[in-house]
Design a protein around this ligand. Sequence first.
Ligand code: PLP
Length: 394
Amino acid sequence: MDDSRYHTETVATQFDWRNVGVTDAGDVVSPIHLTTTHEMRAPGNVDHEYKYTRFGNPTRDALEVRLAQLSGAEHAITCASGTASIAATCLSIVESGDHVVAFDGIYGGTRLLFEELLVNSLGVTVEYVDATDTDAVDEAVTDETTLVWMESPTNPLLRLCDLSAIADITASVNATYVVDNTFATPYFQRPLDHGADIVVHSTTKYLNGHSDSMGGVVLTNSKSSAEDIAHTQSYNLGGTLAPFDSYLTLRGLRTFPLRMDRHETNAAKIATYLADHPATIRVNYPGLESHAQHNLAEQQMDGFGGIVSFELDATSAETRAVLEELDVFILAVSLGGTESLADHPATMSASYLTEEERTAAGISDSLIRIPVGIEHVDDLIADLETVLAKLINS
Ligand code: PLP
């Protein structure tokens, strides 16, 4: 199948074993290649592609081909988690003493990795900027900057940065520009088309989509970057994606466009409902006209995604009570599965940030993040209505 000719829905749905380049047995569904080693024809003579699963595996390759196609990328390198893909990317780019510029709204786990691995262990300087303001990024980069790290929309406040403008700024100092696209997914946003050099995703989230597999992927059009990252990943870090998880993610991808459409319609309805509700003081969703960067979202995204966060007019204890009383929404971290979740970032997904860091990042005790699932939206709204009515009447 010549995938460049077809729409995302068609590419995601079909499996084409010929893309992987091993014997074509006519499989319609990807087989799971569990072997860790492959027979060689002669000592030292690897006359076929595979020799050891840490360096290459047919099931993983099938997934990488599919992820590259869905992202409009030349190369995809999968890893054992989104965090592993972030580590492999950073370690293949930065060296001791380098200067890195990062969005101050990035996922807390990425920030922890930057602080512990890059700053404390490697002596890298990381400067966090409010990248909703493009000028702030322009002022922060210098000739010493080797890496600019963005995430858009951010976790959990759904802040955006101007992807194309920051590509120009990064290019002006010859740094590498990386965008974490986990929230938007390639269905709603393709940062490579906006000038990013490298894109990372936690496939644990929407790409696998069923909350049953950890994974990550690095996407790029640069052959040399892909080779460097694959080398760091295979030879230094060793956190390659297992064949079974590769299979699960391939399976999840078959319904990826369908799921994303439903996540988005449900999220848009819920965001509107919450914005009109007297119990909320702020609702963060790029699809709302009240979102400070709604116009930018319309320009650079093909949809607004499935995640909503909101602040209640409530104390921390009241906010926690609301979360405990939800029935359909499941109290859990993570996002991107078919089920709706509810998260209290201050005590859950962002709990490893200090109180000071959370305040600086705008994560208040009354903030709730809901990755909206694909259930019937009326059930989700009814669930929220029950607990919010109780809050108002208390
Ligand atoms: N990037 C973002 C935006 C995330 O939200 C997460 C996890 O929540 C990660 C990266 C890390 O992914 P993983 O948990 O698969 O390591």
